[in-house]
Write a new protein. Structure first.
Length: 94
């Protein structure tokens, strides 16, 4: 009888870049990382409501939802996940 493979422990959550941690904390609403044709995007839950299978991560008192499709693939949450319109607004403010 073949030996059973060892059970994997809980997978560590993705690393969150400091600027994204600030963005999540200062956001008006909870956020969710969802799947788009351009890859994972961070959106407010009013635009992409959480689903029961989403992975929930606590970011200093704020809940970040990650699509079950994206969760196993994401290693780092950084500015590349912001929608382009957010980046354009930031450039105008500088």
């Amino acid at each position: 009888m073949p030996a059973k493979s060892p059970k994997k422990g809980p997978r560590p959550g993705p690393k969150i870049a400091p600027e994204m941690r600030d963005y999540i904390q200062n956001s008006i609403s909870e956020l969710r990382i969802c799947t788009t044709c351009e890859g994972p995007v961070l959106l407010p839950v009013r635009l992409s409501p959480p689903k029961p299978m989403d992975v929930k991560i606590d970011v200093e008192g704020r809940t970040l939802y990650i699509s079950a499709v994206q969760a196993p693939r994401i290693k780092t949450i950084d500015g590349r996940m912001l929608p382009k319109c957010v980046l354009q607004k930031r450039k105008k403010c500088l």
